[in-house]
Every structure is written in C-alpha cells, then in structure tokens.
Design a protein around this ligand. Structure first.
Ligand code: FAD
Length: 476
C-alpha cells in the first residue's frame, strides 16, 4: 500500500491469539510525540501502528500537519537529555545534520524585563536549535531504524486519518481510520492500547464523548500572545542567540537563533494589542520598537529567505486526563494532545521527550495489557509535564484574559508574585539564576526554586537592574 512503512518482524495482527501476546498499540499522529511514544513502545508490545494524516516529505521540509513547524523550535537542556536517554546518540546525529548546540547562558544572551542577564559559561544547559523539520525527520529515521531490531513490528500508515475511537465508555479497543487517498475508505483498526499524540488540535475529547466517556476537564491560561517567524541568511557573522523578553512597558519580545544550512530564524511575539506583523515590510518597524539597536543593525545586513509566518493559538491548555477515571482502559493522551504551553517558553518538544521516557518506565514496570495500565501511565505522563505547566502559567498569569476557565486562587497569586521576583533576581544573581535555568530548562523540579538559598535571596535582597547593554563578551 503506498504510504505504508512496515518494519520489524511480522507477527499476526489477531488480538489475543497472535504474536507473543504483548498486545497491539496504535499511535494517533506521527509527529514528534507520536514518534517518541512509538520509540517507548519498542520491545514492549507486538505491534505499533502509527497513523499519520500527512504523507511525510522526502526531504526535511515543512508539512501541513505541523503548522507550528515554521517557527523557531529550540530543544531545552531537560528535553535534550530525555531525548538522549530514549535514543542514545541522537543529539550527535542532530548536530551532524546541522543542528546548533548552544550553551545557556554562554551562547544565549537574554534581555529580561529588568535588564540584560550576565553572560558566563555555566556548563549545565546545552540546548539544540534547528528547524523543526530537521528534528522530526532525524528522530523519525532513527526510531524506524531501531524498530527493525526491537522485536516489535512497526507500521506507519501515512495519509491516513483517525476519525474516532472503537469500544465503549470503560475500554477503548481501537480506532476508526480513513485513507486520505482518492477512495477515502473507512476501516477499523483494533488495538489493546491507543495513544493519542495528534497534537494541539486533538479531537479525543469528542471521540471519548461519542463512546459515552466524559471529556476531560480543561484548564486554560491564555496570555494572548501572537507569534511571527521569518527566516534570514546573515551576511555578517553573529555568534550568539539573542532573546528579548516582553516587559510591562513593552510587552513585545524576540528570539534570534541559528538553524541548519547557514540560516537564522527571527521569532517575534507580543501580547494582545502588540501582535507582530505578518507582512515582511512591517517586520523592521516591530524590531525597532524593541529598542535593541544591535539586533536592528544586524538584521539590516541579513537577507530574508522566507516571508514571515504568523501563529495565534498560543494558550496554555491542560486536559486533565490524569484525574480519577479520566481515561478509559486502553487509552492514553500524550504531549500537546494533553497539555500545550505558551510557545514562548520553548517547552513542548522537551515535554514530548520527557513523556516518552515516562511512558517507557511504565512499560518496563508492567504490561500495557494489565488492568489500570493507562491510568498509571496517564498519571506518569502528566507528572512529566508538571514543571513546564507550572512555570508557564506562573509567568503568564499576569497577562491572562479574565475569561480564562481557571481564575487564580490566593496560592497561585502568591506563586506568580514569587515567580516574577525570582525571574528578575535570576538576571543578576548566579545562585538564583542557576536554579531558575535548571527549572525553566526542564532539568529540575520546581521545588528547586524554593530551596532556602534561592528563596532567601529572592524575597530579602532588593530588586536590582541587570546590565544596560547586551553582553557581547563572555564573563570569566
Ligand atoms: C509557534 C510555536 C512555537 C513553538 N516553539 C517551540 C520551541 O521552541 N520548543 C519546543 O520545545 N516546543 C515548541 N513548540 C511546541 C511544539 O511545537 C509542540 O509541543 C510539539 O510539536 C508537540 O508535538 P506533538 O507530536 O504532540 O504534536 P504535533 O507536532 O502537532 O504533531 C501532531 C501530529 O498528529 C497528526 N494528526 C493530527 N490529527 C490526526 C488524526 N486525526 N489522524 C492522524 N494523524 C493526525 C498531525 O498531522 C501531526 O503529524 C512551539 C509551538 C508553537 C505553536
């Protein structure tokens, strides 16, 4: 069948009697989270069928199913480490393919609301910057190659869409799929485990409702951020990533980061009323309004190699599938399908990797055929996204719309106050800065932010300004 990739030993697809009795899994969506979920399943189930609506391009280029793929996608240090644990050697492969390894804060200079952060070599946070297309293609190739040795038969159904779930309110037993080819035939695909990795547009709440299972409670915190990204080719050398964070008097920001092939991506962002333009001619004015002449001057020497692309749906949205009774047996939602974040914090792909690791741990602890597996796994996957969720909503609360589904309680207001003070201190204080980076780069749990040393410096020391101009040299 065109658009079908089969890898690994063939085993019968009949459930119960075929294969080695470890069960059949279906993954809905073959994006990054779906591919990493498939990686976690290798060796733990008989078959994995990844159903992907798109047809993968021959070369690593943008595809429609991942509309955010034109925007800057940085892999944080916590996600980079998780990815390496799932797929040993993958970071070296990505670097060999052109991804840039960037140490924060040495290679990433940041203008926080209270000034420029000091720039020094901490040696704890190596991040990766490349196009999303390159990252996805490299990871996918690697996972499919690993399938051949895993004892799990992997099948990728491309140009095929999942249109609903099979089963009942208490147990999901497969999916209904429709080919996107001319005949558009619908058929049923039985499975012991269905993993929804269909991204921020997931229709699983509706599909579960169709089976009589309640939809998950949703929590939304929307800072109303608008995004725009344009690719450039610099003529003059420039050796650092520049990040300009929004601040109350200028709620606009930017990030300038290298990708493969000698190109750089400029991502602009702004809260309601300050959305960046999507016409190329208006981009320089927006950049000028950030008040950073160094970036402004450098961009003048760069040649645009793409138009600017916009993106508006940037809310933090959590579906509480991990609540008691939140998922029926046989169903699990991962990554963006369960929890999305304001992209300005660059966390989603790292959460996909951390979720893949959490899923693999659950599979090592017990068969997906055992009762209660999906509830346990859903809980573990939700814990893998807690740090990202708490830091994103902590930072976004002050900008959130009044209509958001979850107005903050007292505890959350105190958290936001503390977080704002801590973020300001992090720009100037190495102790607080190290803790702040550990947590916001998803390499440590939020408890690191309330250790005595960090809490005392955050609460007791007076507010101070950061550097007044970009630190062009690395401090000793
Ligand atoms: C503007 C923007 C910038 C971002 N920047 C960063 C960043 O710098 N760093 C970072 O870590 N994260 C970033 N993110 C987040 C990141 O894009 C997501 O967290 C990540 O893509 C999640 O991966 P996923 O596989 O869950 O979803 P997706 O990447 O969206 O993949 C979903 C897949 O499912 C397929 N699909 C959907 N529905 C169906 C169906 N019914 N049947 C079959 N297939 C289906 C789609 O075709 C697609 O392939 C950003 C997000 C946005 C919006």
């Amino acid at each position: 069948m065109p658009g079908t990739t089969r890898l690994g030993p063939y085993r019968s697809r009949s459930r119960g009697g075929g294969g080695m009795g470890r069960g059949d899994a279906v993954v809905v969506g073959g994006g990054l989270a779906g591919t990493l979920a498939a990686a976690a399943l290798l060796g733990h189930v008989d078959t994995v069928t990844v159903v992907e609506r798109d047809r993968y391009p021959e070369q690593p280029v943008f595809r429609k199913g991942v509309p955010q793929g034109r925007h800057l996608h940085v892999l944080l240090s916590g996600g980079r480490r998780a990815l390496e644990k799932l797929l040993p050697g993958i970071n070296a492969e990505l670097e060999a393919a052109g991804a840039h390894r960037l140490e924060a804060p040495r290679d990433v200079i940041t203008r926080a609301p209270n000034g420029w952060q000091h720039r020094f070599h901490e040696g704890r946070h190596a991040t990766l910057s490349c196009t999303r297309a390159l990252l996805d293609a490299t990871v996918r190739t690697r996972v499919l190659a690993g399938a051949e040795r895993s004892g799990t038969r992997v099948e990728v159904l491309q140009a095929t869409e999942v249109t609903g779930l099979l089963g009942g309110a208490d147990r999901v037993t497969g999916v209904r799929v429709r080919s996107r080819a001319a005949e558009r035939a619908e058929r049923e695909l039985p499975a012991d485990l269905v993993i929804d990795a269909s991204g921020r547009g997931s229709r699983a709440p509706k599909w579960l409702g169709d089976l009589g299972h309640r939809a998950p409670r949703e929590e939304v915190v929307d800072a109303g951020i608008g995004y725009c990204t344009q690719m450039f080719r610099p003529a003059a050398p420039w050796d650092m990533v520049m990040v300009i964070q929004p601040r109350p008097d200028c709620p606009r920001g930017a990030a300038w980061s290298p990708v493969e092939g000698g190109n750089w991506l400029l991502t602009l962002a702004g809260v309601r009323g300050h959305h960046p333009p999507t016409e190329g001619s208006a981009v320089p004015d927006f950049v000028r309004s950030l008040g950073e002449p160094a970036l402004d001057d450098h961009l003048r020497t760069c040649e645009p190699v793409s138009p600017p692309y916009g993106f508006r749906d940037t809310s933090n949205r959590r579906r509480h599938y991990d609540a008691r009774g939140g998922v029926p047996e046989g169903f699990l939602a991962v990554s963006d399908a369960a929890c999305t974040f304001n992209p300005i914090y660059g966390q989603g792909m790292s959460v996909a990797a951390l979720s893949g690791l959490a899923l693999r741990r659950c599979l090592s602890d017990g068969s997906p055929l055992r009762p209660g597996f999906t509830a346990r796994a859903q809980h573990a996957v939700a814990r893998a996204s807690d740090t990202a969720w708490l830091t994103a909503i902590g930072a976004d609360r002050p900008y959130a719309a009044a209509s958001d589904t979850t107005p903050p309680g007292v505890a959350e207001r105190v958290q936001s106050w503390y977080f704002e003070r801590l973020a300001a201190r992090a720009a100037i204080d190495p102790v607080v800065g190290a803790a702040f980076r550990d947590v916001t780069y998803l390499a440590a749990p939020p408890s690191r932010l309330v250790s005595p040393a960090v809490a005392l410096r955050t609460v007791l020391l007076p507010r101070a300004r950061g550097l007044t101009s970009p630190p062009l040299r690395v401090e000793a």
